[in-house]
Design a protein around this ligand. Structure first.
Ligand code: N01
Length: 528
């Protein structure tokens, strides 16, 4: 016998929790299926040392409840994984969400049976009229297929599936593969206790100091007083952050003023660095000034000139790959027990029982190997759900040439399926809770509309194609596609079609497009 709900939501992270709450408040019955044994999504899974959000705490949170905004007290400028997880657990309790969530329940497939979805899980079957995916953009771990991994006699972990009870690296020989946002957060913390830390770097990365610190109570109180205005700025912004991009034309400044400007932005730290001057992502000459400043910083911080040069990104403009922010990342390479290996120059050939062997034959013995190697982003979490569309078509076949959606919210051929922050949405280019709330509200309104009118909906192929074209244009209007190894393009996963996945046209513009779609009666959807 199967369970039934009007809406089944897959995932109980930021997106799934709010989806459930929003549907309930509109009188729509919903049930959430969650593979993990608790709420939190990415913040339940990513428990690696140093895991912390790159958005500031006062706005990396929900805005839908003014009471929640007032009662929750963030303790640090950038919230750590444990604090965000506590916040989401509090949300689940405060809004009594757990009674409609099945934990430890992994979706293994979903297909259409007449006008309903049949959702199979490892703990029984659910049927529903509407299926909403809230599976995140970065939840499908990318573990490189390196020969010999199964022979390794030490322990290995991917950062996105870190054991809940931690990994003791005290005094041990630790290797980290990957220097994206995750590796850059984890490396300084692992270095605190590892006996020796070896970083295997394929692509050097820009990084800005986070300047994390305890959040002074008076500052926290000021944010609470100002939430209405803060939220307005977020809604009108390009990235869902509550700060506006500066109007300063850095090319018009004399060298010393330019340097001072970047110095002040560096001192302030965090993602705001990118907003310190205009056109960083659209004008190569502007980007060069920021990139050169950051390259010089690496050489200032890192004592050994050869190590500094290996750490210096030369193959992509600043912020065309998601810019990490860090605490003492580059300075960590000045510690005597930390070494850097350039695996672009000398690639990893194999994992041996004792550690890592490079193409040159060099051996790096290890006790613990950490893969900070990222994710099969945006499309990966959806592909692994085993979704089949109206005519039984597998999503993997529909997306053989690359992920395609309408607005990142729905997929042609998949009726009554809605995807929170799917490929083609601004998602990962924005502050995620802001994008998630916008998607959830929009999907909930559509579900109510369909329920009241007794209609089903799926994007038309024409609307989907138009959107794909617009997503391409939006990316091409920026420098973003210039980073050849970027996960935005799917370049980090061997064999993945190269399609620029997120929508780079800006959050405010995207929101207006979605609002217009709803106001016009959903012309991009076939309603029947
Ligand atoms: O993953 P990544 P991540 N051999 O894909 C390397 C978000 N996030 O987990 O660049 C050797 O960025 C790979 O090299 P290359 C944030 O949006 C948010 O760090 O492909 N190396 C790269 O260096 C972020 O962007 C927070 O050449 C290999 C690294 O592994 C996103 O998550 C915190 C390799 C992977 O970097 C993903 O970040 C952390 C191989 N075979 C992360 N395969 C917040 O604060 C891959 N690499 C919210």
């Amino acid at each position: 016998m199967s369970n039934d709900a009007e809406v089944v939501v897959i995932g109980a992270g930021f997106a799934g929790l709010y989806m459930l709450h929003r549907l309930r408040s509109l009188g729509v019955g919903a049930h959430v299926l969650e593979a993990a044994d608790g709420v939190g999504g990415t913040w339940h899974a990513n428990r690696y040392p140093g895991a912390r959000c790159d958005s500031e705490s006062y706005y990396y949170c929900y805005s839908f409840s003014p009471e929640l905004e007032q009662e929750w007290a963030w303790t640090e400028r950038y919230p750590g994984q444990a604090e965000i997880l506590s916040y989401l657990e509090h949300v689940a309790d405060r809004f009594d969400l757990r009674r409609d969530i099945s934990f430890s329940t992994r979706v293994t497939g979903a297909h259409r049976d007449g006008e309903r979805w049949v959702v199979e899980t490892d703990r029984g079957t659910w049927t529903c009229r509407f299926l909403v995916t809230a599976v995140g953009c970065l939840s499908s771990a990318n573990v490189p297929d390196i020969p010999g991994l199964e022979t390794f006699t030490g322990e290995w972990h991917h950062t996105g599936r870190w054991p809940a009870d931690g990994v003791d690296v005290t005094g041990r020989r630790v290797g980290v593969v990957g220097t994206g946002s995750t590796g850059i957060q984890a490396i300084p913390v692992l270095a605190e206790s590892a006996g020796h830390l070896t970083v295997f770097q394929r692509t050097a990365n820009f990084s800005i100091p986070a300047r994390n610190a305890p959040l002074p109570p008076e500052e926290a109180a000021a944010y609470k007083d100002d939430y209405a205005a803060i939220r307005e700025v977020q809604q009108a912004s390009t990235n869902g952050h509550p700060f506006v991009v500066s109007e300063v034309d850095v090319l018009a400044l004399p060298d010393d003023e330019r340097r001072d400007l970047f110095e002040r932005a560096w001192e302030r730290g965090g993602l705001r660095f990118r907003a310190a001057v205009r056109d960083v992502l659209t004008d190569e000459a502007v980007n060069d000034t920021a990139s050169d400043f950051l390259r010089a910083k690496i050489h200032e911080i890192v004592d050994d000139p050869a190590t500094a040069e290996t750490l210096t990104p030369r193959d992509h403009p600043f912020a065309t790959k998601r810019p990490p922010i860090d605490t003492d990342y580059f300075a960590t390479y000045n510690r005597p027990h930390v070494s850097l290996v350039d695996v672009r120059a000398d690639p990893i050939a194999a994992i041996t029982p004792d550690g890592v062997r490079l193409a040159s034959g060099a051996e790096h013995p290890l006790d613990v190997l950490v893969f900070a190697t990222g994710f099969d982003a945006l499309s990966g979490p959806l592909l692994r759900l085993g979704l089949r569309g109206a005519d039984g078509q597998e999503l993997a076949d529909a997306w053989a040439e690359g992920a395609a959606t309408y607005l990142g919210l729905g997929i042609a051929g998949f009726p009554n399926l809605f995807t929170i922050t799917g490929p083609g949405s601004p998602s990962v280019l924005t502050n995620m809770p802001t994008s998630i709330e916008q998607h959830v509200d929009w999907i909930a309104d559509l579900v109510v509309h369909l329920r009241d009118a007794d209609l089903d909906a799926e994007p038309t192929p024409e609307a989907q194609e138009r959107w794909a074209e617009h997503v391409r244009e939006a990316a091409d209007a920026t420098l973003l596609p210039r980073a050849a190894s970027s996960w935005y393009l799917g370049a980090n996963v061997p064999g993945k079609p190269r399609v620029f996945l997120p929508y780079a046209g800006g959050f405010a513009r995207y929101r207006r497009i979605c609002d217009a779609e709803a106001e016009a009666g959903y012309p991009g959807f076939a309603l029947r």
